[in-house]
Write a protein that binds this ligand. Sequence first.
Ligand code: FES
Length: 136
Amino acid sequence: MDRIEFIKKSALFCGAIMVGGALIESCQKNNPAPAPVNFSINLTDPAYAALKTVGGFIEYSNAIVIRTGASTYVALSDICTHSGCTVSYYSNQNQIVCPCHGGTFDINGNVVSGPPPSALAKYNVSVNGNTLTVSS
Ligand code: FES
C-alpha cells in the first residue's frame, strides 16, 4: 500500500467511525421519556362526549384516553418512544400511529410495527362518579 492509498483508507476509516458514533449518539437521544400527567375531566362535559361511547377517545394533555369497555378506560402517552413525535389514535383501525416513521401501537401501547423500541407509557386511570382522573 502506497502513501496515497494509506491516507485514503485512513480517511474512510475515520469517516466511518465518525458516522457510526453520530448514529449511536442519535439513537441514545431517542426513546424520550413520557410527559408526566395529572388531570381530571368531568365526563358529563360535552367536550369529552366521545368518552361516553366504547371505542371513543380524546387526546388531552399529552395523553390519549380511550374508553375500552362499559366502565374501563386506558390512557397512554402520546409521545412516540422512537424519536418523540406525537402519535394519534385511529379508532377505525384500533391502532395508534406515529406520523414520523410509521410506527404503530395497539390500544395497550404495545409496539405493533415500525422502529419504536418500546411500548407507549401507560398512565393510571380512575373513575369516581363522573370524574375521570389520569396520572403518571
Ligand atoms: S418517531 Fe415515531 S416512529 Fe419514529
